[in-house]
Design a binder for this molecule. Structure first.
Ligand code: DON
Length: 306
């Protein structure tokens, strides 16, 4: 593939520039374990259609994927219940923060989309139907491992426990959902599962590999239907960065999903799957340098879908 030497040099150059950047954003502090992650970290990994992988920086160091897990949960939920999910959750972008309570109240208990926290809690609740949290989590982790082709991926139970104690916004969202009959299980059960799903740890290399099913790079693809791939990419483009989704689409031009751990997974349909990690966040809760890195990569390679 003739583009590889150029991509190699670009990825290396981006990693060097991001490692040296002074303005790095702010690490999330509302989850105590995330507050002590070193903001100097930066990793990037790109998987190409022919199976090659180009990585730089802290690409093999695991980090908490947090909201990036919502993509895998959505894939599992759509596979299980299909379009019925949309009776309980919208598909529209949001103009308030990812953990907004007011949005949920304005919409009468139907979350705007599956990537804001309220929507992700509903998705997890749907996956739980008829199963124990342990079974639901095993299915989600199994899906992530299969997508990455790597069994060396785990959940940080300590982090999940601490979010369980401090995640009062999510508790209020869950109780509000319950009050509008949009939660099938007890708040404890659904949130306990959701916090564990968010506490999955992966490196950039693992996450980039796990995103291949959304880029259409897996020849053997049996993970989810082509239709669901299209739906998830559309939602990542329009809602994957919350109230910063428009700016991300404008700057990067790729479907992507961020997490407060500082990771972003992005997809170049038919060409590449990308993961970046830098723990400092912008005011929307998206990785500041991760977004800059993706912008430079997309611009340099002409990878915007627009
Ligand atoms: O529920 C939360 O608040 C976190 N476990 C996940 C939020 C998140 O990652 C938002 N993304 N940027």
């Amino acid at each position: 593939m003739p583009q590889t030497p150029r991509l190699d040099a670009l990825v290396r150059d981006i990693a060097e520039r991001m490692a040296a950047a002074e303005e790095r954003g702010r690490v999330a502090t509302y989850i105590p374990e995330l507050a002590c992650i070193d903001p100097a970290r930066f990793g990037i990994s790109v998987c190409l259609a022919d199976g090659r992988r180009i990585s730089a920086g802290d690409a093999t160091r695991p980090f908490s994927i947090q909201s990036v897990s919502k993509v895998f949960a959505l894939a599992v939920a759509l596979g299980r219940i299909g379009d019925g999910l949309w009776r309980r959750c919208g598909r529209e972008p949001s103009s308030n923060a990812f953990n907004s309570v007011v949005d949920l109240e304005l919409e009468g208990g139907k979350p705007r989309n599956p990537f804001v926290n309220a929507g992700a809690i509903v998705v997890t609740d749907a996956i739980l139907a008829g199963r124990t949290p342990k079974e639901a989590l095993a299915e989600m982790l199994g899906f992530v491992r299969a997508a990455a082709g790597d069994d060396d991926i785990y959940m940080d139970a300590g982090l999940a426990r601490s979010e369980n104690l401090t995640g009062h916004r999510n508790w209020s969202l869950a109780h509000f959902l319950k009050s509008t009959d949009n939660l099938l299980h007890d708040c404890e059960l659904t949130l306990g599962t959701y916090f564990h799903q968010c506490a999955i740890e992966m490196s950039c290399e693992q996450l980039a590999r796990a995103g291949r099913f959304l880029a259409g790079l897996r020849a053997e693809d049996d993970l989810i239907s082509r239709r669901n791939v299209r739906s998830i990419n559309a939602l990542m483009m329009t809602c994957g960065h919350y109230d910063g989704s428009g700016a991300f689409a404008y700057r990067v031009g790729l479907p992507g999903k961020s997490g407060v751990g500082g990771g972003i997974m992005a997809v170049v349909p038919g060409v590449a799957s990308i993961a970046v990690w830098s723990p400092g966040l912008d005011r929307y809760g998206n990785s500041l340098l991760g977004t800059q890195a993706l912008e430079a990569l997309s611009e340099g390679m002409g990878w915007s879908v627009f």
